[in-house]
Design a protein around this ligand. Structure first.
Ligand SMILES: Nc1ncnc2c1ncn2[C@@H]1O[C@H](COP(=O)(O)OP(=O)(O)OP(=O)(O)O)[C@@H](O)[C@H]1O
Ligand SMILES: [Mg+2]
Length: 158
């Protein structure tokens, strides 16, 4: 594990480790946090969302297969989960108000954020997941005003 101010590289040997990272992010992030999840097909993005949703007691996450967004409202903080994979053409989302899905009172997680046109808010966390043998590697970067608020050591601790 490498950890410096605002950036962290973690080895995630199995899916439970990915869920545990999600749980630590859920505990460390204030309401209003936006988390962009990057990485190829099967990298573990939805698995990380499962960890966030479970840790907040908001139920069980699943891939929003037929909808682009799913809300989990029952827990200590609401979670909004967007999966933009099927938006092949950014023009499809031009009149879709993605800003409406960004929760001020909870955590918003976005899979395939580059499918959206325009810019995401500058204050955000990015998690880049990559395949690493049988496991995964996670690069976590905290940007903007969130950097002094989210304790990276709490995200790092296993
Ligand atoms: N750290 C890990 N080590 C090994 N397997 C993992 C790890 N994290 C998740 N997985 C497994 O990888 C598979 C794909 O995970 P997941 O569906 O979360 O990927 P995804 O990034 O959301 O993919 P997609 O882009 O298709 O939505 C699942 O079987 C999951 O259990
Ligand atoms: Mg997924």
């Amino acid at each position: 594990m490498e950890c410096d101010l605002g950036h962290l590289t973690l080895s995630l040997p199995d899916a439970d480790a990915t869920r545990a990272l999600g749980a630590r992010l859920a505990a460390a992030c204030p309401p209003g946090t936006l988390i962009l999840l990057r990485g190829p097909l099967g990298a573990g993005k939805t698995t990380l969302v499962e960890g966030v949703v479970h840790a907040l007691g908001a139920g069980h996450a699943a891939s929003p297969t037929f909808v682009i967004a799913r809300e989990y409202a029952g827990g200590s903080m609401p979670v909004s989960h967007l999966d933009l994979y099927r938006l092949e053409d950014p023009r499809e989302v031009e009149d879709l108000d993605l800003g409406a899905y960004l929760r001020a009172d909870g955590i918003t997680l976005v899979e395939w954020p580059d499918r959206a046109p325009g810019e995401w808010p500058a204050d955000r966390i990015e998690v880049e997941l990559s395949i690493d043998g049988h496991g995964r590697k996670a690069d976590v970067t905290i940007f903007g005003a969130l950097a002094p608020i989210v304790a990276i050591d709490h995200v790092a601790a296993s």
